[in-house]
Ligand binder design. Structure first.
Ligand code: PLP
Length: 430
């Protein structure tokens, strides 16, 4: 099934493919797993994307999370426009960077000092380097199905013997990198304990998405995150929360505030930049002060703390700090979940809905979906048909089964009502 205007987009995609690999600058945009040509976007406002043909879509991707206020929020646009008139980059200190760093510190409990970078990938790569420098150890533990950007250490998936040595899942990742990444199972503390036993005193850090968001939304079971904290404490291993999605999403304090577990280092991105390239990593001052120019661990960036990105981030965070923002958003998400469940009740095949705050995934398989193994059972083909049945009705979902739907403050009752009607029609067709 293709959307009515796929012809125009197919031609645009063909043109793009001649100069850009796959026609995209980030793979999931290519619609590979749902089929058909990706839509080309011209503009966006509130909960809507407008494609190059002028067709409007309700957007549940929200730029993969950053647009929590909806698109083109007046405060963010005003801040960026005003700032741009005074210059776009200085490569020197600005007071706005300090202000943004102070705001992050004030919001996120575990952060005493913070370094601004340009992408989530940069934040996670740098946090792991820092953890290695601080502990003098080389191995890290990551969880199968968790995504931490495209740094070599993180592009490791399961293979035989995965409990001791990772196998590279992307050509170009060296065996050396792969061997330093140990794979554990999400929601399975025993799998982490086993890795600690087999690799005593060599593990620099555990890195985890406290709510997994990149194999679809997976909820941490009670005791899982605290269990990781306890394991690290006994072993001088650092606990890194990759809150690139959950930071400023589940609340101002992110997942660590939501679940009351304190990591040593935190990676932030997405929402923090209001839609501009901005991310950060931060944590305990004694660890952060290992960074150059105070300490020996090197990390730098020509555009780090860029004035436009800093202004956008500050403007967005100021909106999020207004009283009641998250209560309203999370309440609406709760209603959304209930109504989705009733709409999905008409589906003949099994499904499982996972939600935390304003993050949600409907898996087309029987639940519970609690780890990589169970997520993989979802029927991606059925999702592809659902995706297109929704797209035909002007609703843009993530072009993959294994992603979150993101709700924004602009997704009001009217928008949700239209979406639910579309869901009912879609499931009667797939
Ligand atoms: C998106 C994401 C990243 C990578 O961020 P980029 O800005 O795309 O480099 C890292 N970790 C998590 C949890 C993410 O969702």
């Amino acid at each position: 099934m293709t959307s009515p205007d796929a012809g125009g987009h197919a031609a645009r995609h063909e043109r793009a493919k001649r100069v850009i690999p796959g026609g995209v600058n980030s793979p999931v945009r290519a619609f590979q797993s749902v089929g058909g040509a990706p839509i080309f976007v011209k503009s966006a406002h509130g909960p809507y994307l407008v494609d190059a043909d002028g067709r409007e879509f309700i957007d549940f991707v929200c730029s993969w999370g950053p647009m929590i206020l909806g698109h083109a929020h007046p405060s963010v646009i005003e801040a960026v426009t005003r700032t741009a008139a005074s210059g776009t980059s200085f490569g020197a200190c600005t007071e706005s960077e300090t202000e943004l760093a102070e705001m992050v510190r004030d919001c996120v409990p575990s952060v005493e000092k913070v370094r601004l970078v340009c992408s989530g990938t940069e934040a996670t790569m740098s946090a792991v380097r820092l953890a290695r420098g601080y502990t003098g150890r080389e191995k890290i533990v990551k969880f199968r199905g968790c995504y931490h950007g495209h740094g070599d250490s993180f592009l490791i998936s399961a293979g035989s013997g995965a409990m001791t040595f990772g196998n590279p899942s992307s050509p170009g990742v060296t065996k050396g990198s792969a061997q330093d990444t140990l794979l554990a199972e999400y929601n399975d503390l025993d799998s982490v304990r086993a890795l600690f036993q087999a690799n005593a005193d060599t593990i620099a850090a555990i890195i985890v998405e406290p709510v997994a968001g990149n194999m679809g939304v997976l909820v941490p079971e009670p005791g899982f995150l605290q269990g990781l904290r306890d394991l690290c404490d006994g072993k001088r291993t650092l606990l890194i929360f990759d809150e690139v999605i959950t930071g400023f999403r589940l609340g101002l304090a992110g997942a660590q505030g939501f679940y009351r577990v304190t990591p040593d280092l935190t990676c932030l991105g997405k929402i923090m930049g209001g839609g501009l390239p901005m991310a950060a990593y931060g944590g305990r001052a004694d660890i952060m002060d290992m960074l150059s120019p105070v300490g020996p661990v090197y990390q730098a960036g020509t555009l780090a703390g860029n004035p436009l990105a800093t202004a956008a981030g500050l403007a967005q965070l100021r909106e999020l700090r207004k009283p009641g923002f998250y209560e309203t958003l999370n309440k609406r998400a709760e209603t959304w979940e209930m109504e989705m469940r009733s709409a999905l009740a008409g589906l003949k095949t099994p499904w499982c809905l996972n939600r935390v705050g304003s993050l949600m995934t409907v898996f087309f398989c029987a639940g519970p979906v609690r780890d990589y193994e169970s997520a993989l059972k979802a029927d991606a083909g059925l999702y592809g048909r659902f995706f297109h049945a929704m797209l035909d009705q002007g609703i843009y979902l993530a072009p993959s089964q294994f992603e979150a739907a993101f709700l924004s403050a602009a997704h009001d009752d009217g928008v949700m009502g239209r979406t639910l009607e579309a869901v009912r029609r879609a499931i009667s067709r797939i």
